[in-house]
Design a protein around this ligand. Structure first.
Ligand code: PMP
Length: 460
């Protein structure tokens, strides 16, 4: 793939921006991919070429692009009340309406607290857990357990919860009191002959041993994405959350569900924890909360946490936490409209109906020699590229084959995300049969081209 010289806009970009999750040297050589507009399932580059957006942006645009109702809601809200806050007892109707809608959809949610991003939601979760345990007279109970390959954000504590090397290296992270346990990925982690249930039970025993080793009186919470997203779309083995929940309950450890990707229909239920069959004490939401049309995130906590937090703050004098843009009217109005659309159009039901076709097309690629594992749940999927199908081998160096595959796909009009050597899929939830056809059509050819390249490079 030969590349033309950088355009003027690309040059302006590399001279002005530091890009997240980007290799700066590669960016300077190749230039950014500049998106100029979007419509439905598609985005268009500066030259007007059309691409199917198979990742919903960053797992967020579940209703696709250009939804007229969301756009009109945003316009109307900016005209009526472009900004107000929730500090010192202030409020506004969009914040109230969205919180009521979240409570209606999330069984067990007693109170909703807003932020702008998923990172801030998880940062807030940990502050709430610490506050809660101080309030209930357990000041030693503060450690948080996350998992290797988890993704919970990039602020100091949320990046510490994240279990990916690039988010820690040279940032002096993780901070203390944050621990990681094993990734629940049977293909890579189960012993030969160990079935999913036995593997899940072993992971739960390992978690139990970790809590015992640390001291149950020091362990406050366990945080988990129902299906791990940015770590590679990892679906836990059967029985995993059932086993884990029992361990946590035994040690009085709270369970936080990070629903930033899985929330609002993505797995075929309103929340991923419903699909995976567990009951969290608290939930983090973002991304599809507003269908990606405005920045907003939220934390929902159960009645016990809410009561303790409210009692403690009432006694101290004020709840000393909050963000200028937490509960921004634009985000709340768009969020309330997005949730109303998901309900009216029964988006979770649509996901349940279309997901079998999506999963079948994905799994049909498992026989390709470059595909180690094809996996997914609902409208989430992954192709893990590997030198063989054993689950024991990985490419060296990691990430080159994945990046090449993503580039081959993009050259064929499909945008998917390479997370190392895992190709992630998270198409808009409104995708239909034709969209799935368009998404999968170029993949075999892109796999063949990547395989030929990997062999020529001596990578396999
Ligand atoms: N949690 C999960 C599960 C996520 O996928 C993400 C973002 N990819 C975050 C938290 C962090 O969200 P943000 O980028 O909005 O801070």
């Amino acid at each position: 793939m030969t590349r033309p010289p950088l355009t003027n806009m690309q040059t302006r970009d590399v001279e002005a921006l530091l890009h997240p999750y980007t290799n700066p040297a590669t960016l300077r050589a190749e230039g950014p991919f500049i998106v100029s507009r979007a419509e439905g399932l598609h985005v268009f580059d500066a030259e007007g070429r059309r691409y199917l957006e198979g990742m919903s942006g960053l797992w967020c645009c579940g209703l696709g692009f250009g939804d007229a109702e969301l756009i009109e809601t945003a316009r109307e809200q900016l005209g009526r009340l472009p900004y107000y806050h929730l500090f010192a007892g202030r409020s506004h109707e969009p914040a109230i309406e969205l919180a009521e809608r979240i409570k209606e959809l999330a069984p067990g949610a007693a109170r909703v607290f807003y932020q702008s991003s998923g990172s801030e939601a998880n940062e807030t979760q940990i502050k709430l857990v610490w506050y809660f345990n101080n309030a209930r007279g357990k000041p030693q109970k503060k450690k948080i357990i996350s998992r290797a390959k988890a993704y919970h954000g990039v602020t100091i504590v949320s990046a510490s919860l994240t279990g990916l090397p690039y988010n820690h290296r040279d940032f002096d992270l993780p901070v203390d009191r944050i621990l990681h346990t094993a990734t629940p990925h049977a293909w890579r982690g189960a012993e030969p002959g160990e079935d999913e249930r036995a593997y899940a039970a072993r992971l739960a025993r390992e978690l139990d041993a970790l809590i015992e080793r640390e001291g149950p009186d020091t362990v406050a919470a366990f945080i988990a994405e129902p299906v791990m997203g940015a770590g590679g779309v990892i679906v836990p083995p059967e029985g995993y959350f059932e086993e884990i929940s029992a361990v946590l309950a035994r040690h009085d450890v709270l369970l936080i569900a990070d629903e930033v990707i899985c929330g609002f229909g993505r797995t075929g239920q309103w929340f991923g924890h419903q699909t995976l069959g567990f009951k969290p004490n608290a939930i983090s939401m973002a991304k599809q909360l507003t269908a990606g049309y405005a920045p907003l995130s939220a934390v929902a906590i159960d009645a016990e946490m809410a009561a303790a937090v409210e009692d403690n703050a009432s006694r101290i004098g004020v709840f000393g936490h909050g963000f200028t843009y937490g509960g921004h009217p634009l985000g709340c109005a768009v969020g309330a409209k997005a949730l109303e659309i998901y309900q009216r159009r029964d988006i979770p039901g649509h996901v349940r109906r279309i997901a079998p076709l999506f999963q079948a097309r994905l799994r049909a690629l498992a026989d390709h020699p470059l595909v180690g594992e094809a996996r997914g749940l609902g409208l989430l999927g992954a192709l893990e590229l590997a030198p063989d199908k054993s689950g024991r081998a990985a490419f060296e160096p990691a990430g080159k084959v994945g990046a090449r595959m993503a580039a081959e796909l993009q050259a064929r009009g499909v945008i998917l995300r390479a997370m190392g050597d895992v190709i992630g899929f998270c198409p808009p939830m409104i995708i239909d049969e034709d969209g799935i056809e368009e998404l999968f059509a170029p993949i075999p050819d892109a796999l063949d081209a990547t395989l030929a390249w990997a062999r020529a490079e001596g990578l396999m």
